[in-house]
Design a binder for this molecule. Structure first.
Ligand code: B12
Ligand code: SF4
Length: 437
């Protein structure tokens, strides 16, 4: 492997000649990355990311994808403060590594920047896309792993125990990395068994709102719900009945020391990756007993939205965990955001009994037409009115959003003609039950 000397690179920076891949790799490893790969912004695999990349840095030409390893035993400990300490450490570390690469490139007059690995994100866009760049597709294109059924990138050696960051560089690179050809996920499905809220399904379906409500209880949506619970409780004694002292302290801890995850068990139990797999293959039942059961058997609060698939699942699979029914905290304030966010709160288990199409006509501030179909437990949203519908709903955009978030009552909507429906009203009720808000 040739490592170009710094003088060569200084020339390269002011020269249209592409950057030397080995030199960049050496910089990244020296900065502390455990693995690194390089992708041009033009690559097909990251086509959907391109507009977001250019929004952050129009000069970007190359992406450096880096991973840093998480300590396996920390994540596997049922004491979640240990897992969270490790997550915080590694998120800081991967950001520091990315920043060190940026600094080194700056010294060579090569412009670059690093969006954060996780937080801070663009909260103005909440509850829409708040992340600047999706690191997973870049890491996959850069040959750092493939997507597991738990929807995280599995590195061929380090397995799921990685965090990812991306450095955007304003220079071309000579030789790009290519994806690895095999998927380290071998479908053991232990991630499915360990998740306390059934967020991962065997067919690869991911229930976003289930994970977001439980694992992220002390992040954005959960925090808002907690504040509203305080505001609505009407006194300290009433509040104590709704939020335990342990939950209050936990929130205080998250606010003081960095937000803590409630589970991340899907990552914790994953045996994939050459560094880890042997403990699993040597004795599978011992692995389940030692790694999965301490987490799945843990008595702990599990946060779910009332009437959600997660509620049914947790009740059935983990009766020893304490079910806590809370608000989901995902409340788009535009019809555009609402339509984009619907797949995230869709409850396909609840949709079993429904096979219908709905023609929505939003009027007022945000006039728009949409066809929303729920058939065979699948949600489809199409612009405009397409095909036949079992129900037509015409509603004022603002009033509809207020109704969804319980700020306006249904009778008032009907009375003031802010809502007009054609079709069986029970269909609208059944429709509402398919979404966890
Ligand atoms: C939004 C987000 C979330 C959301 C949504 C997760 C999701 N799966 O989309 C929530 C809040 C639920 C979440 C949870 C967690 N997250 Co998160 N999250 C992010 C964030 C900010 C963006 C993710 C993203 O790209 N979403 C876009 C959507 C489209 O991605 P997607 O649905 O996964 O899309 C992929 C699939 O469709 C996949 N795909 C295509 N075909 C198929 C077929 C099958 C069968 C499957 C399974 C997938 C698949 O390809 C798409 C592109 O990659 C990133 C940080 C960042 N800036 O990138 C971290 C990130 C993805 N999270 C991470 C982690 C570790 C977690 C948690 C463990 C919590 C924690 N302790 O940090 C849990 C794990 C939950 C889980 N099983 O996914 C890591 C993942 C590291 C890794 N090994 O991949 C990241 C990369 C942060 C980081 N810098 O390291 N997260
Ligand atoms: S736990 Fe098993 S099924 Fe889940 S991602 Fe890891 S290897 Fe794949």
């Amino acid at each position: 492997m040739r490592i170009a000397n710094e003088a060569t690179q200084l020339v390269a920076a002011s020269d249209p000649k592409p950057l030397d891949r080995d030199w960049l790799r050496a910089i990244a490893l020296e900065a502390g990355a455990d693995d690194v790969g390089f992708v041009s912004v033009d690559r097909d695999e990251i086509a959907t990311e391109r507009e977001h990349i250019f929004k952050a840095f129009p000069e970007a030409r190359t992406l450096i994808s880096i991973v840093t390893r998480l300590n396996v035993d920390s994540l596997r400990s049922p004491q979640r403060s240990i897992g969270n300490l490790e997550f915080h450490r590694n998120y800081h570390h991967v950001n520091e590594v990315a920043a060190a690469i940026v600094c080194k490139l700056a010294r060579h007059k090569i412009r670059a920047l690093n969006p954060s690995a996780a937080f801070p994100m663009e909260m103005d866009n909440y509850p829409g896309r708040i992340w600047v760049i999706a690191h997973k597709p870049v890491a996959i294109a850069a040959g750092l792993g493939q997507m597991g059924i738990h929807r995280n990138v599995i590195h061929p050696q380090f397995g799921s125990f990685i965090n990812i960051s991306t450095v955007l560089v304003a220079a071309e690179i000579g030789l790009e990395s290519q994806p690895i050809e095999f998927n380290p996920c071998f479908q053991c499905k232990l991630c499915i068994a360990a998740c306390p809220v059934g967020a991962i399904a065997p067919d690869g379906y991911f229930n976003f709102s289930a994970c977001f409500t439980h694992n992220y209880r002390e992040f954005m949506g959960g925090f808002t719900d907690w504040v509203e619970t305080i505001a609505d409780s009407g006194g300290a004694r009433a509040l104590r009945r709704k939020v335990t002292d342990a939950e209050q302290s936990s929130m205080w801890q998250s606010l003081s020391f960095g937000a803590n995850y409630k589970a991340a068990y899907c990552l914790a139990v994953c045996p994939a990756g050459t560094d880890l797999i042997s403990t699993y293959t040597a004795d599978k039942s011992a692995y389940v007993k030692n790694v999965v059961e301490p987490l799945s058997g843990k008595e702990e609060p599990v946060y779910v939205v009332s009437g959600s698939d997660a509620e049914d699942y947790a009740q059935r699979r983990f009766p020893h965990k304490q079910l806590r029914r809370v608000g989901g905290g995902l409340r788009p304030r535009t019809i555009k955001g609402l339509l984009e966010g619907m797949p995230l709160v869709f409850q396909r288990g609840k949709a079993k009994a429904l096979n219908a199409s709905f023609h929505f006509t939003f009027t007022g501030r945000e006039a728009r037409k949409a066809t929303i179909s729920i058939r065979d437990r699948k949600l489809t949203i199409i612009d405009g009115h397409v095909g036949k519908a079992e129900m037509s709903v015409t509603t004022d955009a603002t009033a509809w959003l207020e109704f969804l978030y319980k700020e306006r009552s249904l009778p008032r909507m009907l009375l003031t003609r802010k809502l007009r429906i054609k079709g069986r009203p029970t269909l609208l009720l059944a429709f509402g039950k398919c979404f966890a808000v």
